[in-house]
Design a binder for this molecule. Structure first.
Ligand code: 13P
Length: 250
């Protein structure tokens, strides 16, 4: 099955209204020069600008997504945002279980699963993040950790259409370090095999790599078997840095 890659930018807690719109405008100008992009392009900005950026991107090849959502539709959850609200603001994807949320907010696999199910309930595509810490890698536990996370974070009713898995080794995020291409390929093959036991269309699920992806390493990383795109942090913050990464999918 041929998989359409997804090149996604996770802006994390970066960008005020003006500069965010400017980056999107620059990316749209570049995308408009490509007749039929061969990949899906996504930006997940801070929730406050989802509405505005989604309006800018309407009818274009760039989609907008959230970075997190609450499992519930609505209710007494001060400071939280539901998947339905993201959808209403124009989002079409939502990242769940990013390692920064697992660490900063103590999110368990169970919580991540509930959030992914909420994203799907709202009509969003869930991007479920998994990844081992340095200690786990050095202890030879990587594949076990990934198996546990994939198995226990995967939403009920996951399909290749509504779920994406992003492998982001915690020690590679924002550090400039990346696993070797062999290590990435090994984990991705492992995730594919793990998913095959859990869903019928596992061969069509997009498996993203994330962690210090930049223009210089993107061609090699994005070209690996079972790597169907990337989830990019720092290098997605400017059009100049992000465009060469997008080009690996175009
Ligand atoms: P960096 O690309 O900055 O390492 O961040 C990766 C990431 O966490 C994307 O979700």
């Amino acid at each position: 099955m041929s998989i359409r890659p997804l090149i996604a930018g996770n802006w994390k807690m970066n960008g005020l209204k003006g500069e965010s719109s400017e980056v999107i405008r620059e990316l749209l100008a570049k995308v408009s020069t490509v007749a039929n992009p061969g990949c899906d392009i996504l930006i997940c900005p801070p929730a406050l600008v989802v509405n505005e950026l989604a309006a800018l991107c309407e009818g274009t090849s760039i989609s907008i997504g959230g970075q997190d959502c609450h499992p519930n539709v609505s209710g007494a959850h001060t400071g939280d945002i539901s998947a339905e609200m993201l959808k209403d603001a124009g989002a079409s994807y939502c990242i769940v279980g990013h390692s920064e949320r697992r660490t900063d907010h103590g999110e368990s696999n169970e919580t991540v699963k509930a959030k992914a199910e909420a994203a799907i309930r709202a009509g969003l595509i869930a991007i479920v993040c998994v990844g081992e810490t340095l200690e786990e890698r050095e202890g030879g536990k990587t594949l076990n950790v990934i198996s546990e996370q994939v198995k226990n974070s995967l939403p009920e009713g996951a399909t290749a259409e509504n779920t994406v898995i992003a492998y982001e080794p915690v020690w590679a995020i924002g550090t400039g370090k990346t696993p070797t291409p062999q290590d990435v390929a090994e984990v991705h093959a492992h995730m594919r095999a793990e998913l095959s036991a859990l869903m019928t269309d596992a061969n069509g699920v997009r498996l993203l790599y994330g962690g210090s992806v930049k223009g210089s390493n993107a061609p090699e990383l994005m070209g690996l078997e079972n790597v169907d795109g990337g989830l990019v942090g720092g290098a997605s913050l400017t059009a100049e840095d992000f465009w060469p990464i997008i080009e690996t999918g175009i």
